[in-house]
Design a protein around this ligand. Structure first.
Ligand code: PLP
Length: 417
């Protein structure tokens, strides 16, 4: 059966679908598969216990059934939106009202709306694109546009650091905002690298976006103030020209599919219209569970005192295991500044990162090949085939066995180098 242009675009192979398939296989494969590929957050006992208690209370009060038995409006659950506005105003003085916030079925869903709202084909016959000023960027952006070629990305500057580490920076000299750019988008912390854009980089991007009259989208899925999986001391950023996207997923509720968009009322109105057509309304269960935590600000203490230290410890353990087991001098790790991942760079790797992914998969270890994380980078750059992303946040035993497999394969590959 022939599919439409839309159908063909969305039925072709995509990195994010392969990743979600691998993730599902990893979950079903039990102990045979070491799953260091996907972006699933860890099960943190104290957080899971808190969710269990909150759900029990909701069940006892009849609110769980009420939430499941009713649609919210297309903007999402009002009580949660009001509580979020109060939380952000208390924390940062952002002067938000409920007109500044909407909910989506996961933030992935929000990016689909945003990218198609701000980029693609326009009625004046022109095309606009989303600019990623710092590649590598999140794999999930790659296919989230109805039009072809809707993204453009800029190669980073690489700074080598001590202890086989490095850090990417925005190359502002290479960053040109032409009039076919519809928005600038960054994830902070970045998936896949764990990079956190500095306050000065964000300020410069903010100025550029304002100068060119386009929004700056900040994907804050791992950022501050929740879940706060961010190990650098940086400021939260928002103003009338920012579209700040957040999520309950990395706080521990990916199955609830709750994304949060904070922006000016014009954008929120447009996004809510889209939401009505695409989804009727976003799911209410995540907002209902988390509402008491937002009202009491416990969401902040849990993020600061439980979630952040949990991930920071795990990232440091994985980092030292990698540095002690992978013996080649060509091995580098991106400085771990946040998110759930370590980004490993194998300079002059004798095979491509995708072939390395396949070799590791045969041995029962799933990682993600780095080449997927350069959406919009229209140039051949060796570096894109020399990196892999590893989720360090799984059970310690799984991470350790995974790193053993990775080290033995990589050490052998580099044997003659
Ligand atoms: N943004 C980033 C940077 C991510 O890593 C993810 C998921 O891994 C998402 C957005 C989408 O998350 P969700 O749709 O679960 O909110």
């Amino acid at each position: 059966m022939p599919y439409s242009t839309f159908g063909n675009k969305f039925t072709q192979h995509s990195g994010i679908t392969e990743l979600m398939d691998d993730l599902n296989a990893g979950v079903k494969g039990g102990d045979d598969i070491l799953m260091l590929g996907g972006g699933n957050p860890a099960s943190i006992p104290a957080i899971q216990q808190r969710f269990t208690d909150l759900m029990q209370t909701l069940l006892n009060e009849g609110k769980l059934v009420d939430t499941l038995a009713n649609y919210d409006g297309p903007q999402g659950k009002d009580s949660f939106i009001i509580a979020l506005a109060e939380l952000f105003n208390d924390l940062y003085d952002w002067d938000l009202s409920s007109e500044n916030i909407m909910l989506t079925n996961g933030s992935q869903n929000a990016f689909f709306y945003l990218f198609n709202l701000l980029a693609g084909d326009f009625s004046n016959g022109k095309k606009r694109k989303i600019l990623f000023p710092l590649a590598p960027e999140y794999i999930g952006y790659a296919d989230a546009s109805v039009s072809e070629a809707s993204f453009v990305a800029i190669r980073p500057k690489i700074t080598e650091l001590d202890n086989q580490q490095f850090k990417y920076h925005v190359d502002f000299d290479a960053l040109e905002i032409t009039d076919d750019i519809g928005a600038i988008c960054v994830s902070r912390p970045t998936n896949p690298t764990g990079n956190v854009l500095t306050d000065s980089e964000i300020d410069k991007l903010d100025k550029l976006a304002k100068q060119h009259n386009i929004p700056l989208i900040i994907d804050n899925a791992y950022g501050t103030p929740f879940p706060n999986i961010i190990f650098e001391d940086v400021k939260a950023h928002f103003n009338d020209n920012t579209i700040l996207c957040m999520s309950l997923s990395k706080f521990g509720l990916p199955g609830a599919r709750c994304g949060i968009v904070i922006a000016n009322p014009t954008i929120i109105k447009a996004m809510s219209n889209l939401s009505g057509i695409m989804a009727l309304s976003p799911g209410g269960i995540g907002p209902e569970i988390v509402l008491p935590l937002v009202k009491s600000k416990e969401i902040i203490t849990l993020s600061n005192d439980v979630i952040k230290p949990f991930y920071q410890d795990k990232s440091q353990i994985a980092m030292s295991l990698l540095l002690s087991k992978i013996t080649n001098k060509n091995f580098r790790i991106h400085k771990a500044e946040g998110a759930l991942f370590l980004w490993l760079w194998f300079k002059d790797l004798p095979i491509s990162s995708n072939d390395l992914y396949k070799k590791l998969k045969e041995k029962g270890l799933i990682v993600v090949s780095g080449h997927y994380f350069f959406p919009g980078l229209d140039q051949d750059w060796k570096h894109t085939h020399e990196c892999i992303r590893l989720n360090y946040a799984q059970e310690s035993d799984v991470v350790e066995r995974g790193i053993d497999i990775l080290a033995s394969v990589v050490n052998e590959l580099y044997q003659d180098k």
